[in-house]
Ligand binder design. Structure first.
Ligand code: CA
Length: 224
């Protein structure tokens, strides 16, 4: 049973979201404000569904603090329509994905399910991917660059692993979005760009290995 932390101050929305997630078989803890989310004890949630518009704290700040407190959790921020700045700030604060309000029940189920399935496949047989100075251990989910360990967030790791799986091949943006985020994905790819930017920062001198292929996607080359 997956354990979810729902952070939502709106009673009606929270009740509907919780009902759907419980119907999907998940265990849901519901924090109605930022203080309650930070005070949430017990084991780290597998996934946090975080409404960015909260009465007591700035949603982006809270996202950053939850990311520190729960490095392994998938964080999905929920934002009001047309709030692009919120989305980008949320992703930069450590969120793995976002949903736009009003969140449809089917989309909620599909997206949460996809994230949890991916998180579940982390416990696989030991496998290693190595391209140039980048080495990914898929079992321990550790990344090293030129023998230096680099701490990657869940989706950064998955994205780098996907690019490492086909070195020298330009991978389409749509392919990356559907394989790393959501098989039913459609629409904006800014989540992808924010994660690539973060990866490049963390790769340091090896960032040149990731090439932007205009109008197509990204390619990882053994030598930058
Ligand atoms: Ca709210």
């Amino acid at each position: 049973v997956a354990c979810l932390l729902l952070v939502e101050d709106d009673d009606t929305i929270g009740t509907a979201i919780r009902a759907r997630l419980v119907a999907d078989g998940h265990e849901v803890r519901w924090a109605r404000d930022g203080a309650a989310a930070l005070a949430d004890g017990g084991r780290s949630p597998d996934l946090v569904l975080l409404d960015l518009g909260l009465p007591d704290v700035d949603g982006t700040d809270l996202c950053r603090r939850l990311r520190v407190g729960h490095p392994e959790s998938v964080i999905v921020v929920v934002t009001a329509r047309d709030d692009e700045m919120d989305v980008v700030e949320g992703l930069e604060a450590g969120a793995d994905d976002y949903l736009v309000k009003p969140v449809g029940a089917a989309e909620l189920s599909a997206r949460v399910g996809a994230h949890l399935r991916r998180a579940g496949t982390r416990d696989g047989a030991p496998t290693r991917l190595a391209v140039g100075h980048v080495v990914l251990d898929l079992a321990s989910r550790r990344a090293t660059v030129a023998d230096r360990e680099v701490r990657l967030r869940a989706k950064e790791f998955d994205l780098l692993a996907r690019l490492c799986a086909e070195p020298g091949i330009a991978v389409r943006r749509e392919t990356l979005m559907s394989e790393v985020w959501d098989e039913h994905w459609s629409g904006s790819t800014k989540t992808l760009d924010v994660h690539v930017a973060a990866l490049r920062r963390k790769l340091g001198p090896e960032a040149a290995m990731i090439t932007t292929v205009r109008g197509h996607g990204y390619r990882l080359d053994p030598v930058g």
